[in-house]
Design a protein around this ligand. Structure first.
Ligand code: SAH
Ligand code: SF4
Length: 363
């Protein structure tokens, strides 16, 4: 079967799980390049040769959860815990606004106590005020009640990232302690959609015990959940986590390539969504995010946190740029994006066309 036949089926939506598996399993360097080229062509067609920026503020590493893979899990006693002051968060947002970034992301460990929910709400209101409502805000703050999601939406957030981590319930439960429930995760995604957020999800790639079939099902899951955006990247071991004791089946280079293929295949299958080239790609290869864009991604999330905090927010080992402040990152990133023939589009929220169509259907 030729690759072109599979591309044609992706074009009209008639692709099968086997088609996606064939693409994810490509090994020949020439074939893999053809996959990336097709995904990049489609990216340019669906979301233009543009990169959208989301400045990310990782404002607290306090977490009540204990995910087996994550460096800031509650039980990791080696982590020095911090929470940024509201003024610091607003200053980061102000900087992003002045730099004409269209959007920012607020991310932290997971908490759902009243003080935290209030704090996030206040920050959202503050960011909306300082930018006259112009700065778009994505949240990545884990599972919350519908009431909390509603309050934060009302305060100005309009996108939410909640990764499914793996769409295989068995694999999901092997990555989390018993207080995590796969059905609850799905319910949280449903809640977000009900409230009106643009919904993003994603998975880690190259997890111990994960198969190519799991990844195929992840892409089908993204499609069936009708999601608007994807943030996914390679799993990277953190030495102070339980999962570190399980031997990775793929080496870093293989996890990196598989992540690029997942970006490309997701672009072919889902077409008009936003896909992020995540920092975890860059942690393995210094040009990882650019390669992500060239494999079909259209969003990059530069880090806005002060370097004094960045060192304490290590979800995985080898996080890049922890010694560069946001302004240094900006210059370096622009150069890199221009070098691959893409343009950064400033001052726009940069919603996915998929969301616009979904919202329109609802009206
Ligand atoms: N607490 C929030 C947001 C912070 S974690 C939440 O869990 O949603 C954000 C993402 O980091 C997680 O969804 C997970 O996919 C990713 N992550 C955590 N540990 C990782 C690791 N070791 N390698 C790669 N990604 C990891
Ligand atoms: Fe906490 Fe998120 Fe890390 Fe899980 S992945 S331990 S919820 S920060």
């Amino acid at each position: 079967m030729s690759m072109q036949e599979i591309f044609n089926r992706c074009q009209d939506g008639s692709y099968s799980a086997q088609d996606l598996k064939t693409l994810l399993g490509l090994q020949d360097a020439g074939d893999v390049q053809k996959l990336f080229d097709e995904a990049y062509r489609l990216k340019c067609q669906e979301v233009k040769p543009l990169v959208r920026l989301r400045g990310i503020v990782e404002f607290s590493n306090l977490c009540t959860k204990d995910c087996y893979y994550c460096g800031i899990r509650n039980s990791n006693e080696f982590v020095e815990r911090f929470t940024m002051q509201k003024e610091e968060i607003l200053a980061a947002a102000q900087w992003a606004f002045e730099q004409q970034y269209g959007s920012i992301v607020l991310q932290s460990g997971e908490r759902s106590d009243a003080a935290y929910v209030d704090f996030v709400e206040e920050c959202l209101l503050g960011i909306k005020e300082l930018s006259g409502g112009k700065l778009g805000i994505t949240l990545s703050l884990g599972e919350q009640s519908e009431e909390t999601y509603r309050r934060w939406y009302a305060a100005g957030a309009h996108r939410y990232l909640l990764r499914i981590e793996s769409s295989n319930p068995k694999l999901y439960s092997s990555l989390h302690p018993d207080d995590h429930d796969f059905a609850q995760r799905i319910e949280s995604l449903d809640r977000l959609r009900r409230v009106g957020y643009q919904v993003g999800t994603g998975v880690m790639i190259g997890l111990p015990g994960q198969t190519i079939d799991d990844l195929v099902n992840d892409v089908l899951f993204f499609r069936d959940q009708d999601i608007d955006m994807i943030g996914m990247g390679p799993y990277i071991t953190h030495p102070d986590t339980p999962l570190a004791s399980q031997k990775a089946q793929l080496d870093a280079k293989e996890r990196f390539m598989l992540s690029l293929k997942m970006i490309a295949v997701s672009r072919l299958a889902l077409r008009d969504i936003n896909i992020a080239a995540t920092t975890a790609l860059q942690a393995i290869d210094p040009t990882g995010r650019e390669q992500g864009v060239q494999a079909g991604a259209n969003v990059i999330m530069p880090n806005l946190s002060d370097i004094k905090y960045r060192d304490k927010y290590h979800l995985y080992a080898g996080k890049p740029c922890t010694d560069e402040n946001a302004s240094q990152c900006r210059g370096c990133l622009e150069e890199r994006i221009r070098a691959i023939g893409e343009e950064i589009r400033y001052n726009e929220w940069g919603d996915s066309p998929h969301y616009a169509k979904r919202a329109h259907k609802k009206d």
